[in-house]
Ligand binder design. Structure first.
Ligand SMILES: Cc1ncc(COP(=O)(O)O)c(C=O)c1O
Length: 490
């Protein structure tokens, strides 16, 4: 006689209130204790790492309480530095508490965001407009314009935008990239970005079959911004060589130094040569909310597609990227392929667009609830004040550095990013020795548990790079970081 199967999930559903109570205690413990823990406590001791990497598959199911205890003991104590306000290195931030809850509820509902007219697909429609308002991705009359979808991050969002650009360029020339791929006899497409652009731009171009050889890394000016004159020259040279300039990728907040490319001038070049303009604003796409940056980013209204990363400045738990595309129809044409088994209703004709018809993935999780919650909790004014606050802390850091004899600013402060190094007063250290010293300062700060401020390179020199993105940062943190640098310099 066969034994009747009974899933343990039935018991867990019955006991869910008790399990949630225990889980919520662990969440509260983490959020309350994290600020006083070492900033980087992400690496478990070797024996725990070994244990975690070599677990045996249990023959019989574990008790739910044992599973929660395992999480509490073996995983939760080790969390990334980004969960701490003295972490300045990586630009995904501590999640907004309400967003954690939005995410938990989304997981409970388990509604994919791919399509069907369910609640969060409708919510996504409003959220898209909110993201457009916050980033200035609006029509010339100031109204939100286009559609937004949420993906895994900035890299995925860039890929989406750049594939729509490729489809558009081919269509403009009278052929279909979906039909022919890159196998037809058409002029090779060229893409353009600055030498400061995020590495994901090159990865996209490689994976799209354009090839790194056809990605022009345009020179930058002294402030690390793409030079529109150099862009124009590069496009003209490619046209003269019989190539097809297809897309420019500008940055609003380059990863390394927070540079903002001159969008209006770049848009003029794109208009003149009929080239798609994509902006990678994964980091700084909402910086225009700060009046100090509004003019610099006014060209957003002329952009064809835009990447934002709500898991950066908007303090949404990873993962969450967003791509905004002005021409929803074109985005749809590039991706839609609905098999019969999913053709439950027309999705474009007068109905809410289904995200899966505007991107590559089909089934994927709802990121709208957590993103909506993070923004709704702040409102437009709150998001603006938070952006201004982070920029003010960065400006304070910059002012301290500029006024100090032993510190040197290596790039202008931009989009809450500060690049600097320690140079001992009266120092006769070589460039190499300064690099070693600054790398050591950064390493020692991380080892001390008092901060997390990794290095990058600026003009070939090792630079301590601080990005201010935490919702709790204040100007005191600028003073604290400088104290740390000096403390570990000696
Ligand atoms: C400007 C910029 N673009 C793209 C990315 C890639 O984003 P993600 O890591 O979310 O894929 C980053 C990541 O830091 C970034 O700073």
């Amino acid at each position: 006689m066969s034994k009747t199967f009974k899933s343990p999930h039935v018991d867990d559903r019955r006991d869910f209130a008790k399990l949630v109570e225990r889980t919520s205690k662990a969440m509260v413990k983490h959020l309350t204790e994290r600020p006083s823990q070492p900033v980087d406590c992400s690496n478990p001791p070797d024996h725990i790492g070994d244990e975690l990497a070599n677990l045996t598959l249990p023959a019989d199911g574990m008790a739910a309480d044992d599973i929660l205890a395992f999480f509490e003991d073996k995983l939760m104590p080790w969390s990334m530095p980004t969960n701490h306000k003295h972490s300045y290195g990586w630009v995904n931030t501590s999640p907004a508490p309400i967003s954690i809850l939005g995410d938990s509820l989304a997981k409970t509902l388990n509604n994919g965001q791919d399509g069907y007219d369910h609640s969060t697909v409708f919510l996504m429609h409003s959220l898209g407009r909110w993201l457009m308002e916050l980033s200035g991705f609006v029509a010339s009359d100031g109204t939100p314009d286009g559609m937004a979808i949420l993906l895994g991050g900035g890299s995925a969002a860039n890929l989406n935008g750049l594939t729509v650009a490729r489809y558009w360029a081919a269509k403009r020339d009278g052929w279909s990239i979906r039909e022919e791929g890159l196998q037809g006899n058409h002029p090779a497409m060229t893409y353009y970005t600055s030498a400061e652009a995020h590495s994901s731009v090159q990865r996209c171009v490689e994976q799209m079959g354009i090839g790194a050889k056809y990605l022009r890394k345009i020179d930058t000016d002294d402030n690390f911004r793409m030079r529109p004159d150099a862009l124009r020259e590069a496009i003209e040279a490619d046209l003269a060589a019989g190539l097809r300039p297809a897309c420019v990728v500008a940055s609003v907040g380059s990863t390394n130094v927070g540079a903002i490319d001159p969008l209006d001038d770049i848009a003029d070049v794109c208009d003149a040569f009929d080239v798609w303009l994509h902006v990678d604003g994964a980091y700084g796409g909402i910086v225009g909310l700060d009046p100090a940056y509004t003019e610099m980013t006014s060209g957003m209204s002329r952009v064809n597609s835009l990447t934002l990363d709500p898991h950066k400045w908007l303090q949404v738990p990873v993962d969450c990227g967003a791509v905004l595309v002005r021409d929803r129809q074109l985005n749809h044409e590039n991706y839609t392929l609905v098999p019969d088994y999913l053709r439950a209703a027309s999705t474009e004709e007068g109905s809410i667009p289904w995200p899966c018809e505007h991107m590559f993935e089909l089934t994927f999780g709802d990121r709208a609830m957590k993103t909506w919650a993070a923004i709704a909790r702040m409102g437009r004014g709150g998001v603006r004040d938070m952006v201004v606050n982070c920029n003010n802390v960065a400006r304070r850091l910059g002012a301290i550095i500029e006024g100090a004899d032993d510190l040197e600013l290596l790039a202008p402060v931009s989009v809450s990013t500060v690049n600097f190094r320690y140079v001992p007063v009266g120092s006769s250290l070589s460039a190499e020795e300064l690099d070693t010293l600054n790398q050591r300062i950064s390493d020692r700060i991380v080892e001390s548990g008092e901060g997390h401020v990794p290095t990058t390179k600026v003009n070939g020199a090792v630079s301590i790079r601080a990005c201010v993105l935490h919702y709790e940062n204040s100007e005191d943190d600028a003073d604290h970081l400088i104290e740390l640098v000096r403390k570990f310099a000696t």
